[in-house]
Design a protein around this ligand. Structure first.
Ligand code: N01
Length: 548
């Protein structure tokens, strides 16, 4: 069956840019990309809030597939700012010439599989339809912003913003009263910067968070030159790591080491800055008692930094193990609570009742503000995919297939949805790793798969329901060996009312996962049904398969 293009790619973030490039230039396929924003960059296109930075070091939060790109681009800071990362995405997109394959300002509203014809039809908000043999979703894990449905929100008279959809022209906080709801990574990065500019900042905190100092600094030209000289070897080494980042290895079990060695290690990592703090010991993420040692260290730091003991107590996390909600990386977050223009409203016991015309209302009090910032997070990992209106075989909506949580084989492919690939989908390492190496691994694997199919004259591929069930069980079993399920986090879907509570990412490490994916490919794509087999599986009823 003739289609408009070979492949539709949804999203022009780092995954979309690379997928479009590789499929066009290596596989020789025709590609139509769709992107809701007016430009490339994905998360870095939307998250323009003040203080937005990456929490993976810039020298490794970048593509490795093209030495020319990594030699030409020079990072200026240890943790790159949002504008610098967005410039980088634009630089790469221009260099690879991928922009011409995209329709920007174009929202995809449905993607439907026609089983008889063996093709996907992607439809946009404007009603444009495009048929393709394959669809690749490159929509990111944290792109479906979560705006809580507070009563009265629509009647708020001030300016309202979500960190994940920040105005391009910026926001002027000077002389303003600002309310911030949310103290996750976004709130923790934005609050110190807003507090420096605004007259008054009122922070509404439901759950206190653990955060480690970034210790940001500029990267010298000489330092960058040294990195560039070793880039090829460095990138190869990173492929053998669980998270695709450089981390100092753990020094041993926190339960077995002497107290002074533990202290010295945590002091050293706290002074060094960044999330490597969490890698001090082998058992921090698997043993509650071991975890408590690192958690208690952060609590002591809060008590040291925050001058008002009552306030320090309120912002001290105690109800969940450190690291089970993603560890935050900040510049002067705890210090900001010493500022006279910062007020803290604890909304653990008394929740935000509603948003009044002048501001949030808690326990009967309306907190007046000119600007209300929602740093309230995302419907993570599955959310961006569910918003695409995907329907697979027999018209099965993805939403139904996932009514018990995001089930997928390898985080790449969903039973009942042939020829559809989900870059960094649920059940893949994704958010537990440096996203760019994870994206590269997925895109390269898909590209190899498509050329293998081409070579063998196979037109259809689909994850088998059995392989998917086994993979989901494996992902759950690995998560169960960790402390992650103990927190009500977005990893678990706990931040979204009604969302099934399932730990979504694969916690076995990117290196292990990469090897598994390679073995599956080498064995002829075990766990997938190919060609005729996939077609005959079309006859099998889907009910109780995809949702089993
Ligand atoms: O979102 P979050 P985020 N009433 O879900 C609160 C990545 N990221 O945008 O914890 C009151 O973590 C909510 O409270 P609670 C990174 O992976 C990376 O900050 O649910 N409060 C929480 O405090 C990160 O983990 C970078 O009780 C409400 C906050 O809003 C992920 O994105 C920077 C509420 C949401 O925190 C998400 O971070 C930024 C309500 N009704 C983001 N609803 C870096 O690279 C929600 N909250 C550094």
């Amino acid at each position: 069956m003739k289609t408009d293009v070979d492949v539709v790619v949804v999203g022009a973030g780092f995954a979309g840019i690379y997928a479009t490039h590789l499929l066009r230039n290596k596989n020789g396929l025709s590609v139509q990309g769709f992107e809701k924003g007016s430009g490339v960059g994905g998360t870095w296109f939307w998250n323009r809030y003040p203080g937005a930075r990456c929490d993976a070091e810039s020298i490794v939060y970048s593509y490795s597939f093209d030495d020319e790109i990594q030699q030409e681009w020079t990072w200026s800071e240890r943790w790159a700012t949002q504008p610098e990362i967005l410039n980088y995405a634009n630089f790469v997109a221009d260099k690879l010439g991928v922009r011409e394959s995209y329709a920007f300002n174009t929202e995809v509203t449905s993607i439907e599989w026609d089983d008889a014809a063996g093709l996907w039809t992607t439809t946009t908000a404007e009603g444009r339809s495009t048929t393709s043999r394959f669809v690749i979703t490159a929509v990111g894990c944290l792109s479906a912003a979560q705006m809580p449905q507070f009563e009265g929100l629509q009647d708020f008279q001030g300016e309202l913003y979500h960190t994940g959809s920040w105005p391009h022209e910026g926001v002027d906080f000077a002389g303003k009263k600002v309310a911030v709801i949310g103290t996750g990574s976004s709130g923790i990065q934005a609050i110190p910067v807003i507090a420096q500019q605004a007259d008054q900042v009122t922070i509404f905190q439901r759950t206190p968070n653990y955060t480690v100092p970034a210790r940001n600094r500029t990267l010298g030209v000489d330092e960058m030159a040294l990195v560039k000289a070793v880039y090829p070897t460095l990138r190869e080494k990173l492929k053998q790591t669980p998270a695709g980042v450089m981390v100092k290895p753990p020094i041993g079990s926190a339960l077995k080491l002497p107290a002074e060695e533990i202290r010295a290690e945590l002091d050293s990592r706290w002074a060094q800055g960044g999330p490597t703090f969490m890698n001090a010991f082998t058992d921090t993420m698997s043993d509650r008692q071991a975890n408590e040692i690192t958690a208690e260290y952060v609590r002591e730091k809060i008590a040291e930094i925050v001058k008002d003991p009552e306030r320090a107590e309120l912002i001290t996390p105690k109800s969940y193990p450190v690291g089970t909600k993603r560890i935050c990386v900040d510049t002067d977050y705890y210090e900001t609570y010493n500022r006279p223009n910062v007020e803290l409203v604890d909304v653990r016991e008394h929740r935000i009742e509603r948003i009044g015309a002048k501001g949030p209302v808690v326990n009967g009090q309306e907190y007046e503000c000119d600007i209300l910032v929602m740093a309230t997070g995302y419907d993570a990992i599955t959310g961006p995919l569910l918003r695409l209106g995907i329907k697979g075989r027999e018209g099965l909506p993805l939403k139904e297939a996932w009514d018990e949580g995001g089930k997928s084989y390898l985080g790449l492919s969903v039973a009942g949805f042939p020829n559809l690939f989900t870059v960094t989908g649920p059940g893949s390492p994704s958010v537990l790793t440096n996203m760019i190496p994870s994206i590269e691994q997925h895109v390269e694997w898909i590209s190899t798969l498509l050329s293998d199919l081409e070579e063998r004259g196979i037109e259809r591929i689909e994850a088998s329901a059995e392989a998917q069930e086994e993979w989901v069980a494996k992902v759950n079993a690995i998560a169960a060996q960790t402390l992650y399920p103990e927190a009500a986090s977005w990893y678990m879907g706990s931040n979204i009312p009604g969302k099934p509570r399932v730990f979504m990412p694969y916690a076995g490490g990117l290196h292990t996962y990469r090897q598994l994916c390679d073995e599956i490919a080498a064995a002829g794509y075990t766990g997938f049904t190919l060609g005729e087999d996939a077609e005959s599986s079309a006859a099998k009823p889907l009910v109780g398969v995809a949702t089993a």
